[in-house]
Design a protein around this ligand. Structure first.
Ligand code: GTP
Ligand code: MG
Length: 426
C-alpha cells in the first residue's frame, strides 16, 4: 500500500477554495503529466491547470519524502472550491496514474512510514470527531504520543528480556542452569508493570464508560453535589441534614470535556457505633465495592463533616474534594473546593476529572484491552516464573500485545477498521 500514489480532496467542497492532496512515490511525476509545474520543496507556486480545455488557477505546495506528513512525496494543490472543478481535477490526476484515496489512507501511509504512531492516529481521529472544544483540547493532549513512546520503550525492554531467556533454551537439560538472574528479571517485570499501570483506566468493564465515585463520611454533601453535576440526567438523589440519608448507590451519566463517564453517589460512611443496623452496613459495603472498580474516587470533606484519614483508599485513584465550600475553610488535603449550593468549583471539577482520566490512557477501548492483556501476562509471571520455554512464550505474547497497541504489529484488518473511521482525504 505504501507503493501506491493516492489522491483525494482533503477539504469540504463548495466553499471559496479546496485542497487536493496527492501522496506517493509517483506524486511529482503524475502532477507533471497532468500539466502542472512541480515546485521546489516548501515553496508555494501559482500555476494554471489545463482542465477541460480551460486554465484553472491554482497554487501548489510540495513536501518531499521522507519529510512530509505521509513520509512520501506529498503535493497539495489549492484550487477554487467548486465541486465540479475539484472533480475535474481529481479525474485528471487519476487519468495520469493516481489512485483514489480511501478514508484514512493518508494517515495510513504516515503510519507505514513511521511518521505517525497508531496512538497518534487515534488521537487525530478523536480531534476530528470531537463534539466540543473541550473534547478537542483533550484529544490534542493525546497527540503528544506519550503513551506510544513509553510503550515502545517497555516493549523493547521485554524483547531484551525474552532474548536473555531464549539464550538459555539450548541448555534445557541442565535444569539448574539459567541464562538470566530470575530475581533481576522479576524486578524488571515489576517495573514495567508499574509503567503499564500508569496508562490503564481501572474499570470493571473496559467497553463501558469509566466510573467516578463520590465517597466520604455521611453528610459531606455527596448527594447534593451528585444532583448538581448530573442535573436533569440524574435520578435525583435524596438530600437531607440527617447523616445516613443515602442508602442505595445511584448512578447517572456525567458529561465531562465531551466524554461521558458514570458518576456514582454512594452511602456515606457512618461511625462504627452509628452504623448499627445491618442495612447500614450493607449500604456502606455496596459503596465500597463500587469504589474498588472505579476509575477515580472523589473523597468528599465538608467543613461540618470532615473526612478522616484515607489510607484505605487507593492513592493513585483518589482526589480529595472540599465540599460545601460556602460554609467554611476547605480541607487542607483538597485539590479543589466546590459548593453544590452555589455551584462554585463544579466546572473546574469536571475539567479536573477529565484531565485525570485523560492522563491515564484516554480510555480508548482498543488500547485499554491490549494494555490489560499485557498487564495480565506480566502479573502471572510475577506470581510465579514458569520454566524458560513458557516464560519466553509469555514474554513474546506481551511484546505482541504492546506491538498491536502502538501499531508495530497490528493486523491489517484491525488497521483497516481503525482507518475506515477517518474521512477521505485525511
Ligand atoms: N451550605 C451548603 N450545604 C450543603 C451543600 N451540599 C449539601 N449541603 C447540605 O448538607 C446536608 C447533607 O447533604 P447530602 O448531600 O445529603 O450529604 P451526603 O454526603 O449525601 O450524606 P449521606 O447520604 O448521609 O452520606 C444537607 O442538609 C444539604 O442541604 C453545600 O454545598 N452548601
Ligand atoms: Mg447522600
Amino acid at each position: 500500500m505504501s507503493g501506491r500514489t493516492i489522491a483525494a480532496c482533503a477539504t469540504a467542497t463548495g466553499g471559496h477554495s479546496a485542497i487536493i492532496r496527492i501522496s506517493g512515490p509517483e506524486a511529482a511525476a503524475i502532477v507533471g503529466r497532468a500539466g502542472l509545474p512541480v515546485p521546489p520543496p516548501w515553496q508555494a507556486l501559482s500555476a494554471s491547470w489545463p482542465l477541460a480545455g480551460g486554465a484553472c488557477p491554482c497554487r501548489l505546495l510540495c513536501a518531499r519524502a521522507p519529510r512530509s506528513f505521509t513520509g512520501c512525496d506529498l503535493i497539495e494543490i489549492t484550487l477554487p472550491g467548486s465541486r465540479d472543478v475539484v472533480e475535474l481535477a481529481l479525474e485528471s490526476l487519476r487519468q495520469h496514474g493516481a489512485d483514489q484515496a480511501n478514508p484514512g489512507d493518508f494517515a495510513r501511509q504516515a503510519l507505514a512510514h513511521g511518521r505517525l504512531s497508531l496512538v497518534q492516529a487515534e488521537a487525530i481521529l478523536a480531534i476530528s470527531q470531537a463534539p466540543s472544544a473541550a473534547a478537542a483540547q483533550f484529544a490534542i493532549q493525546r497527540l503528544h504520543n506519550g503513551l506510544g513512546q513509553e510503550l515502545t520503550a517497555v516493549r523493547q525492554r521485554l524483547i531484551d528480556l525474552r532474548a536473555a531467556v531464549e539464550a538459555g533454551l539450548d541448555f534445557l537439560d541442565e535444569a539448574d542452569v539459567r541464562s538470566f538472574d530470575p530475581r533481576a528479571l522479576t524486578g524488571e517485570l515489576a517495573e514495567l508493570r508499574a509503567i503499564l499501570a500508569g496508562w490503564m483506566v481501572a474499570s470493571d468493564d473496559l467497553e463501558s464508560e469509566a466510573r467516578v465515585c463520590l465517597v466520604g463520611p455521611a453528610n459531606t454533601g455527596k448527594s447534593a453535589l451528585f444532583n448538581r453535576l448530573v442535573g436533569q440526567l440524574g435520578p435525583g438523589a435524596l438530600v437531607s441534614p440527617h447523616p445516613g440519608t443515602t442508602r442505595d448507590w445511584l448512578e447517572a451519566p456525567w458529561t465531562i470535556a465531551g466524554r461521558t463517564v458514570r458518576l456514582v453517589d454512594t452511602a456515606g460512611w457512618l461511625e462504627r457505633t452509628a452504623a448499627a443496623t445491618p442495612l447500614d452496613r450493607e449500604a456502606i459495603e455496596a459503596g465500597a465495592a463500587f469504589a474498588t472498580s472505579a476509575a477515580l474516587l472523589l473523597a468528599c470533606s465538608a467543613p461540618d463533616a470532615r473526612l478522616g484519614p484515607i489510607d484505605h483508599l487507593p492513592a493513585e485513584r483518589t482526589l480529595v474534594i472540599a465540599t460545601k465550600a460556602d460554609l467554611g475553610a476547605p480541607d487542607a488535603r483538597a485539590v479543589l473546593a466546590v459548593s453544590a449550593a452555589t455551584g462554585s468549583g463544579c466546572e473546574q471539577l469536571s475539567g479536573l476529572v477529565a484531565a485525570r482520566l485523560g492522563s491515564v490512557g484516554g480510555g480508548e477501548p482498543r488500547q485499554q484491552r491490549l494494555l490489560a492483556q499485557g498487564d495480565a501476562l506480566l502479573a502471572r509471571l510475577l506470581r510465579e516464573l514458569p520454566d524458560d520455554a513458557l516464560l519466553a512464550e509469555d514474554l513474546r505474547a506481551a511484546v505482541d500485545a504492546l506491538g498491536d497497541l502502538i501499531g508495530i504489529t497490528t493486523p491489517d484488518d484491525v488497521l483497516g477498521a481503525i482507518f475506515a473511521r477517518f474521512c477521505i482525504g485525511k
